[in-house]
Design a protein around this ligand. Sequence first.
Ligand SMILES: Nc1ncnc2c1ncn2[C@@H]1O[C@H](COP(=O)(O)OP(=O)(O)OP(=O)(O)O)[C@@H](O)[C@H]1O
Ligand SMILES: [Mg+2]
Length: 368
Amino acid sequence: MEKLHLLIVDDDEEVSEFMKLRLGRDAKHFVIDCAYTAEDCLKYLQENKVDCVLCDYQMPSMDGMEMLLYAREKGLDAPFIFVTGQGSEEIAREAFKNGAFDYFTKEIGFAHFARIINSIEQAVRQKHAEKARADAEEAMKKLERQRSDLFAMVSHDIKSPLTAIMGYSDMLQKETAKDQETSQIMSGIRSSCRKINGIMEDFFVVSRLESANYSLEESLCDPAIPLRDAEKDFAAQALGRKLRFRVRIEPGLPEIKADRTFLHRALFNLIQNAFAYTPSGGEVTVSAALGPGEKEIIFSVTDSGPGIPPDEQKKVFEKYYRLHSPAGRKGNGLGLYLVKSVALAHGGRVLLQSEPGKGSTFSIILPV
Ligand SMILES: Nc1ncnc2c1ncn2[C@@H]1O[C@H](COP(=O)(O)OP(=O)(O)OP(=O)(O)O)[C@@H](O)[C@H]1O
Ligand SMILES: [Mg+2]
């Protein structure tokens, strides 16, 4: 049987020795030491691995309860079991409130040592289970951070050759502009590259935000710029999809501190969703405006699409959560999670106003 290291704390040496003798006789797997003051106990706990502390309540310079609180403050987490001379319900209640594992009066404990032994073993089992759970959680978190770091690295590394392919195919497309068939092929290559690029960028942003050592690359930005970029990015698509696409920028907006790449990806995702989920003939409006009190900038994307039922409105921001799946569109459910993560990383928030059958407005609200 595994040895359990026990510390008995009682200022009465005779009582300590008696408990040591009885427990040692009845439970051969206990290794028992004694401390006669709270100070000695705390010193002992700091220097030794102790599985359980059996302690008296009333002691000269520091009572058992103060000792327990002090031990926890110092990060000493051995389970405490009180075995007190002067028991009262109030002391018992306080002991449990302060995190003691169990409580006995000497009168009862000394008449039933098996109960104390049982309690010690239970306390140790519980402590081991808690530690195993905490270790497993820590290992999971570490794995998760490593995975995010790896994603960030891979998506960053893939970006450069992809940008080169896009550049080369741009050049080739110009060269082959007169040959319609080749030109079509080239435009197909470029559009596929752009899609891969978008997916990689999203993975990069999400994994950066999830990784342990991320920091935003913030600079002062004119809020109008990402909207003007979006106007260029989506104008052709709006024509193709027969969507009315409008951009509204309130004049004279103040600059905000933001990570341009991240903000661009967040807005791009909102507009991409609006385009994807709004049927042909509908409307998409993108806007930037100053919030009440001039303390916030509100970027909004409004569409006349299917809307989102109230009970789904929180869920759509969860990672990998998907709702509608228009024919032919296979998303990852990452877009809105990215939008929310980017907003939070900037000290901002997201807002969704939507009515099924009427449309949705997704907003990113960032502090000025
Ligand atoms: N403008 C919108 N109108 C209606 N539903 C929407 C809109 N935007 C998002 N949704 C719903 O919310 C879900 C989650 O959106 P999100 O952008 O996170 O993932 P996705 O678009 O499915 O995939 P990804 O963005 O990774 O390609 C979508 O599957 C869709 O059902
Ligand atoms: Mg999306």
